[in-house]
Write a protein that binds this ligand. Structure first.
Ligand SMILES: [Zn+2]
Length: 107
């Protein structure tokens, strides 16, 4: 059991919001850990969704003269990758906004 810092009433450990005064019950130990994981996951998703198709296109352009067929295949995969990673990117932005709104500060 823990005490609500605002109204001082005893609430369950599992409670995220105080049922009496709606105060956000912040637990620094557990919260920081999960948010840390979330931030890094979001960052990697954002990074991957930008880097992978870019690398694909750079590869395709650099191989175009020597291997036009391979270049074509890579472009196809890169385009497919952009479609999927674009969705991940949007998901990442949504997570980013949600985390920012929930009071997490990004360094
Ligand atoms: Zn309270």
């Amino acid at each position: 059991m823990k005490k609500c810092p605002k109204c001082g009433r005893v609430v369950d450990d599992e409670m995220v919001i105080c049922p009496f005064c709606a105060e956000l019950l912040y637990d620094p130990k557990t919260q920081t850990k999960t948010e840390f994981v979330n931030i890094h996951l979001v960052r990697w998703l954002l990074l991957l969704s930008l880097v992978i198709p870019l690398v694909g296109f750079i590869m395709a352009v650099s191989l175009k003269k020597k291997y036009p067929l391979i270049s074509k295949i890579i472009v196809k995969f890169a385009t497919f990758g952009i479609a999927i990673l674009g969705m991940l990117f949007i998901l990442g932005i949504i997570c980013y906004i949600a985390l920012t709104l929930s009071g997490v500060t990004f360094l």
